[in-house]
Design a protein around this ligand. Structure first.
Ligand SMILES: [Zn+2]
Ligand SMILES: [Zn+2]
Length: 563
């Protein structure tokens, strides 16, 4: 019986010949690296591969399309992610690399390599061109054995009997994944990529043509069969970019005195716009320019996606620290709204990075007792500026924009109180006011005596109507006349159904609430009636708007301070 999960024909794979035979049963064995990664993405699904990346659907689709372009021109392109610092380029590539490792452990993703090959070459690389034709195998034309494999073939006198072994992709073991960041240009040497002559061994061996006198240790060699992740790619020395071009267009590299060696790896480059523009202006880079598949990676400008990023951060912290810190949805919304505002004008090319908000939420998380409420997050965002070295962005403008965002946010909350909470929770009060007003308006038209409080009510309500341009200042008496004519009918209806008066009544009721909210910090100075009124607000925030008691207090404190 076959072990579970074993792919048919796999158990007998021990040599290049048995591999070729198995590949006829199982076409997965004949995949190029690009094809392999495309299948990996299909295997897990785009959503799982890029789990935790939000608001980047277009970019992720572009990346998936790139890999699906296997056996076509994409086989010979640099996948280039262009975007500002912290826009998620590295995270995206890291996720690909991690899933690639995982895939190589699955039966669907099983890989084989020539045993003992420092490049962990594909077994097909050892088949001579004419034999490939005879066997009906499509493979990279330039695929040739590396010097070590060449020697193995020569020793056996036959490529068919060279042993092969299963291969697991692993960044730690330097198999199929490598990363390069040009930190120190003076030390950025080509030997870091393609290895170097081993001078100790050279003495012993006496010939630079002996593979034993060469160290096959380098990022291009390690990354074969997988991904070479090259950050800040255009910071690299131009000599290295020639190597990169060769790697992409010919799938080959030069090693000291050896014939060129074939490699099949996907290079993913990252860069920002200033460096990308410099690259575009350099004539000598023309051939590389023609080999690029560019994916723009601006900052996210979608509020919903941004909120999910923050929510993910807090959930992760809660899990990792075994805590249960509470965050009301409004906190995410305020931060996300601000983030998007800083990016909108440049369409995500500039503005505050997601990292800035990661820092702000980290700070808020450590400072919060039980809840990351509006006060905590507001302070944390303002504090985070002190810890940033912000270039190209005007700190004063950013702080001003934050103030504006807060004001808009408060206005929105006030609108909710006026338009939703007042008519449902203070209905009786509003209806009473409405009936009183109808009576007072009638007395006003009929020229009857009115108390000061009557006049005040009349001025308050009609003042709002004038302000809302529902009536003109001169039109007040005419309006009162109409009310008098329809008085009985109007008295029978709910004020909420009176389209002319509902808004004004809600606002007058709210003004009373507003006075209490102003004193929110000093409830001890409040009379019982005012306290009851605030209790109604508090309950509504908790029961209908997702706040806890403590977060609701922070909300009302902030609103109260704004008046
Ligand atoms: Zn080899
Ligand atoms: Zn809370």
């Amino acid at each position: 019986m076959k072990p579970r999960g074993r792919v048919s024909g796999m158990s007998e794979i021990t040599t290049v010949e048995t591999y070729v035979a198995a590949s006829r049963q199982n076409p997965r064995l004949a995949r190029t690296t690009l094809h392999y990664i495309a299948d990996m993405i299909d295997y897990f699904g785009k959503a799982r591969v890029f789990e935790g990346i939000y608001g980047m659907d277009r970019q992720l689709d572009d990346i998936v399309d790139f890999f699906r372009g296997y056996a076509m021109s994409m086989e010979r392109r640099l996948l280039l992610l262009v975007g500002p610092q912290g826009s998620g380029k590295s995270m995206t590539v890291d996720k690909l690399k991690r899933r690639l490792e995982e895939y190589s452990h699955k039966p669907d993703g099983i890989l084989y390599a020539v045993a003992g090959c420092p490049f962990h070459q594909h077994p097909f690389d050892l088949i001579p061109l004419d034999a490939r034709e005879a066997e009906g195998i499509w493979w990279h034309e330039e695929a040739v054995p590396c010097p070590v494999c060449e020697r193995a073939v020569a020793a056996r006198g036959d490529w068919r009997t060279v042993p092969v072994r299963p291969l697991l992709i692993s960044a730690r073991d330097k198999v199929g994944v490598a990363k390069h960041t040009p930190t120190d240009l003076r030390r950025e040497d080509i030997t870091n990529f393609v290895g170097n002559i081993n001078f100790a061994m050279l003495k012993e061996r006496g010939s630079t043509y002996d593979p034993d006198a060469y160290d096959f240790e380098g990022k291009v060699i390690w990354a074969n069969r997988g991904i070479l992740d090259w950050t800040e790619v255009f910071k690299s020395r131009r000599q290295l970019l020639s190597l990169l071009l060769e790697l992409i267009q010919s799938k080959r590299i030069d090693l000291a005195n050896f014939p060129t060696v074939h490699v099949d790896e996907v290079v993913v480059g990252h860069t920002n716009y200033p460096e990308y523009n410099v690259f575009l202006s350099e004539d000598i880079m023309e051939p590389l320019r023609g080999r690029i598949h560019k994916v723009d990676f601006p900052y996210n400008v979608d509020i919903g996606g941004e909120m999910r990023i923050y929510r993910g951060l807090v959930e992760r912290a809660n899990r990792a620290r075994g805590e249960q810190k509470h965050v009301p949805g409004d906190v995410y919304e305020l931060a996300a709204t601000y983030a998007i505002k800083t990016r909108q004008e440049s369409e995500g090319l500039r503005g505050l990075s997601p990292r800035f908000f990661e820092d702000a939420f980290s700070l808020a998380y450590t400072r919060a007792n039980r809840c990351i409420d509006l006060e905590v997050i507001t302070d944390a965002i303002e504090q985070t500026f002190a810890h940033q070295s912000i270039k190209d962005l005007n700190l004063k403008d950013l702080l001003k924009l934050f103030e504006e965002t807060k004001v808009e946010f408060i206005h929105k909350k006030v609108d909710v109180i006026v338009e939703e909470i007042v008519p449902s929770h203070f209905y009786d009060y509003g209806q009473n006011l409405y009936l009183n007003y109808l009576d007072v308006a009638a007395r006003s038209v009929l020229g009857e005596a009115m108390s000061d409080s009557d006049k005040e009510l009349l001025d308050d309500i009609e003042g709002v109507l004038v302000q809302k341009r529902q009536i003109s200042r001169q039109g007040r008496i005419a309006f009162e006349n109409v009310l008098l004519e329809r008085r009985d009918e109007l008295r029978r209806m709910s004020y909420r159904d009176n389209e002319h008066l509902a808004g004004a009544i809600n606002e007058i009721v709210f003004n009373k609430i507003k006075n209490c909210l102003r004193l929110y910090d000093k409830t001890e100075e409040m009379d019982a009636k005012s306290r009851d009124l605030l209790d109604v607000l508090q309950r509504s925030a908790i029961e209908e708007h997702g706040y806890c008691a403590s977060c609701a207090s922070a909300l009302f404190k902030i609103i109260g301070r704004s008046f």
